[in-house]
Design a binder for this molecule. Structure first.
Ligand SMILES: Nc1ncnc2c1ncn2[C@@H]1O[C@H](COP(=O)(O)OP(=O)(O)OP(=O)(O)O)[C@@H](O)[C@H]1O
Length: 228
């Protein structure tokens, strides 16, 4: 479970990106985070990942108050979360297999476990036949699948996706959404920031809308609600 209690984030230049946010995201939820540019979506995600700390309030992730966590323990927190970005961020000099295996090597997983887990995850994202390819030999959709495989290979409780379909054509974007929903069905909480109106409107999931750093909507089966 994720909980933000009275969370305010003011950047050093005095800009208040989020004001007094209170929200609970239950285990297994699928949440779209929407809102106009500058509304605070990226800041929300950075707070979850503890890339930035709130000015006020507390953030609880899987029972841990992350605002009280020492720097030394941040890697432990990050293990509970997988992250996917719009621009994939794969390592260009590693193959598909190596990109995914690397995420397990970092947490010092046993080599035997890596050899067992990586092919399983690659099969799940439909990339078994591309495991020896390098990122620049793959389509955008395939690269995003690798990045999703890397994000979930250590079985995180939460998958955070920041505009995961932003660089993809509509058909490919839908394939990625199917995959995210499939991962969510297996029990992983998904939090996805997006400007993809059609996807949000069709999927009928929980929608949290931010405007000027405040939550203006939180609907169980929500819609995008903006004209882009
Ligand atoms: N490092 C920073 N220093 C100062 N102000 C910042 C910083 N990062 C973001 N902001 C400001 O905080 C506000 C919220 O920004 P944020 O990036 O969270 O919005 P967003 O909803 O993700 O926007 P977009 O949809 O364009 O990605 C904006 O006014 C932005 O200019």
């Amino acid at each position: 479970m994720i909980e933000l209690v009275n969370v305010t984030k003011q950047y050093l230049n005095g800009m208040t990106a989020l004001s007094n946010i209170n929200i609970k995201i239950d285990k297994g939820d699928f949440v779209f985070l929407v809102g106009p540019s500058g509304a605070g979506k990226s800041t929300f995600i950075k707070l979850l990942l503890k890339e930035v700390d709130p000015t006020e309030g507390k953030i609880i992730i899987e029972g841990i108050d992350t605002t009280k966590l020492s720097r030394r323990k941040v890697p432990q927190l990050r293990r509970k979360m997988g992250v996917v970005f719009q621009d994939f961020r794969l390592l260009p000099n590693k193959t598909v297999y190596e990109n995914v295996a690397f995420a397990m090597e970092i947490i010092e997983a046993h080599p035997k476990e890596i050899r067992r887990q990586v092919p399983m995850i690659l099969s799940m994202v439909g990339l078994s036949d591309k495991s020896k390819m390098y990122p620049d030999q793959l389509s955008g959709g395939e690269q995003q699948r690798v990045s999703i495989a890397r994000a979930i290979v250590n079985n995180p409780a939460v998958l955070i996706a920041d505009e995961p379909t932003g660089n993809l054509d509509p058909d490919t974007a839908w394939e990625i959404m199917k995959l995210l929903k499939q991962i969510n069905r297996r029990g992983t909480t998904v939090v996805m920031a997006t400007h993809a109106k059609e996807i949000v409107d069709v999927m009928q999931q929980r929608v949290i809308a931010l405007e000027n750093g405040r939550i203006v909507r939180d609907d169980r089966k929500g819609v995008y609600g903006y004209e882009d």
